[in-house]
Design a protein around this ligand. Structure first.
Ligand SMILES: Cc1cc2nc3c(=O)[nH]c(=O)nc-3n(C[C@H](O)[C@H](O)[C@H](O)COP(=O)(O)O)c2cc1C
Length: 208
C-alpha cells in the first residue's frame, strides 16, 4: 500500500476483520470472474506447511463450480451419496448424524445455494497439516471477499471428500492425495448484522 500510512493500513485491516461474517443467504447477482480471481489470489498467497509438502513446494488448487454447472450437480450428488454411505456405515456420534442427515437428503448448504461453490485442494502426505494450510487459505479468501463486499460461508462437508472417487473424478484429482476444503461465495442477500467487538483483554493472560 504505497503512500498509505500505517494507521490507515491498520484501520483498513481492522475494518475488514470486524466485518467478516458467515453469510449464508445470497442474492441472485453473480459476482464477475475477475472478482473471484482476486479472492483466489488471496487464498493462494496464504501460508502453507512447507516442511510437510512434497518437495517443500506448494501445490494448492482452486476449483470454481458455478451454481448451474454440470460439475456442481455432480459434486452435490457425490457429497449426498458420501453422507448416505457414512450414515449407513454404522454407529456415529449423534451430532455428526444430525449434520449428515440433511446432506444425505441433498440439502447441502453452500452447494447450489450460492452462485459459486469453490473447492480448495492442497497436496500432501499429512492431511491434518494440509487441512491447517487450507484453513489459512480460506481465511485469506474470506477477508478478501469481505473487502470486496461479497459474502462467504465455509462448506466443511468438502473436507470429507478427498478420498471419494466420484468427487475427485469431477475435479480431475487423484483419490486421497489432496486435502480438500470449500466455501460458498456470492453477493449477500442482506448486510450482516454488526456484532460488538469481543474483548481481547478477557481472553488474554500476560505471563510476564
Ligand atoms: C472449522 C470450521 C468449520 C465450519 N464449518 C462451517 C460449515 O460447514 N458451514 C457453515 O455455514 N459454517 C461453518 N463454519 C462457520 C462458523 O459456524 C462461524 O464462523 C461461527 O458461527 C461464527 O460466525 P461468523 O463466521 O459469522 O463470525 C465453520 C467454522 C469453522 C471454524
Amino acid at each position: 500500500m504505497k503512500g498509505t500510512s500505517n494507521q490507515e493500513r491498520v484501520a483498513a485491516v481492522t475494518q475488514v476483520i470486524s466485518e467478516r461474517r458467515s453469510v449464508r443467504s445470497f442474492s441472485h447477482e453473480v459476482p464477475v470472474r475477475e472478482t473471484l480471481e482476486q479472492i483466489l489470489a488471496a487464498g493462494l498467497a496464504a501460508p502453507y506447511a512447507a516442511a510437510m509438502a512434497p518437495g517443500s513446494a506448494l501445490d494448492r488448487r482452486f476449483f470454481v463450480l458455478p451454481r448451474d454447472s454440470e460439475a456442481l450437480a455432480a459434486a452435490k450428488a457425490a457429497i449426498q451419496a458420501h453422507a448416505a454411505a457414512a450414515l449407513a456405515g454404522g454407529a456415529l456420534p449423534e451430532p455428526l448424524r444430525a449434520r449428515l442427515e440433511p446432506v444425505s437428503q441433498g440439502r447441502i448448504l453452500g452447494v447450489g445455494t450460492a452462485p459459486y461453490y469453490v473447492v480448495v485442494a492442497e497436496r500432501g502426505a499429512m492431511m491434518p497439516v494440509q487441512q491447517q494450510s487450507l484453513a489459512h487459505a480460506l481465511e485469506n479468501m474470506w477477508l478478501m471477499a469481505t473487502a470486496l463486499g461479497l459474502g462467504i460461508h465455509l462448506v466443511s462437508a468438502t473436507t470429507t471428500m478427498g478420498d471419494d472417487p466420484a468427487f475427485c473424478r469431477i475435479l480431475g484429482l487423484p483419490v486421497a492425495e489432496y486435502a480438500l476444503n470449500g466455501c460458498a461465495i456470492g453477493v449477500p442477500a442482506q448486510t450482516p448484522a454488526v456484532r460488538p467487538a469481543p474483548d481481547p483483554a478477557a481472553a488474554t493472560t500476560w505471563l510476564d
